[in-house]
Ligand binder design. Structure first.
Ligand code: FE2
Ligand code: FE2
Length: 344
């Protein structure tokens, strides 16, 4: 596709570019279909054997993170009802509640993700692009060692849900790029993968990095990039790639999700550089290692799109609409639309 011309994103679009192109961005819908809801909202607590730890996680879930994790689906419907006219849409990962902890290889999580992706496709057709979230491919829970990334989730996500790991969408002098953060961050998440699947995962990762390198190497000097990457932990890995690092000035903004709330992004900025803590289990090790490398997030001009539901404590969910000048003469405008949860 010629990046200098306005591409019709699907057959229904006008051939001439509008003065401003509007891109809606949503993240972390964590939709729960009937099969996941049937498991009950305390699915994560039931898996914790230690009563003290279970009580601590219960309090954290109740007051801070999300009291009713299976009650977030209505936020997607509200987004679909509320969103105004836009030329394209990006969904930035985590489509189900991943209550089986193995991503969409779990039939219930697959059904949730299929319903969520299906609703978005029914509304936006060929105008929507999707990135992978860690919960789409599977991850270990906060406490415990049951679950993790599964190659079967990869096949289901890429083939049955038709969510490619990498995509690019040229919009005249803009290039929208979507990458798969679970693949990029693999070296930091080896504990999440099965030993017998590790080699295959690393091959997928190498092929993915080759695609990303090629896209950055092919950038034209006048092009600006909007990068979409679910988990910011992937950014230090991209920063280590010379072909990407030298093109950083062309990245106008990197949209991340995963953190669910700006409060966590703010704390990450405050705590970046913290040394990794390796003796308190995989979750603490993962979080502190991510914070250790967080200073490499900021050259990507990171902007968090919070979860559609935000977090319990702040009720700070919502979505973005970005307005770009396709000629890239004017900077993009980023408009946040709050979508506070209604009391039930
Ligand atoms: Fe999420
Ligand atoms: Fe996530």
């Amino acid at each position: 596709m010629n990046p200098r011309t306005w591409p019709p994103i699907d057959g229904r679009m006008k051939e001439r570019a509008p003065a401003r192109i509007r891109i809606a961005i949503l993240s972390d819908p964590h939709y729960a279909g009937a099969a996941e809801r049937a498991r009950g909202g305390d699915y994560e607590l039931r898996a914790i054997a230690n009563p003290l730890l279970r009580a601590a996680v219960r309090l954290y879930r109740h007051f801070i993170w999300m009291r009713n994790p299976f009650d977030q689906s209505r936020q997607l419907d509200r987004f679909l009802n509320e969103i105004g006219p836009v030329e394209c849409v990006v969904a930035n990962g985590d489509y189900s509640c991943d209550s089986g902890f193995v991503g969409v290889s779990d039939p219930a999580a697959f059904a949730s993700a299929e319903e969520c992706v299906g609703k978005l496709r029914a509304r936006f057709g060929g105008r929507i692009r999707f990135t992978h979230g860690d919960h789409d491919l599977g991850k270990l829970p906060i406490v415990g060692d049951h679950g993790g990334m599964r190659l079967a989730s990869w096949s289901r996500a890429t083939e049955r849900l038709n969510l490619p790991a990498f995509w690019q969408l040229p919009l005249e002098n803009y290039l929208l790029l979507g990458v798969s953060s679970p693949l990029i961050t693999l070296p930091a998440h080896q504990a999440d993968a099965l030993p017998e699947e590790w080699e295959a995962w690393m091959k997928l990762r190498e092929a993915h990095l080759a695609e990303i390198r090629a896209a950055f190497a092919a950038l034209q000097p006048q092009q600006r990039v909007l990068l979409f990457c679910h988990d910011p932990t992937a950014l230090p890995f991209l920063w280590r790639e010379p072909s990407i690092r030298q093109r950083l000035p062309q990245i106008e903004q990197t949209f991340i999700g995963h953190l669910h709330t700006r409060l966590v992004l703010w704390k990450s900025r405050l705590l970046s550089g913290l040394p990794p803590i390796r003796f308190l289990g995989h979750t603490v090790c993962k979080l502190t290692s991510a914070l250790h490398a967080a200073h490499d997030w900021w050259p990507f001009r990171v902007r968090l799109c919070p979860a559609l539901s935000g977090i319990e404590l702040l009720n700070d969910g919502g979505y973005y609409v970005v307005e770009i000048d396709p000629a890239a003469k004017q900077p993009a405008r980023f408009i946040f639309h709050p979508l506070p949860r209604e009391k039930t």
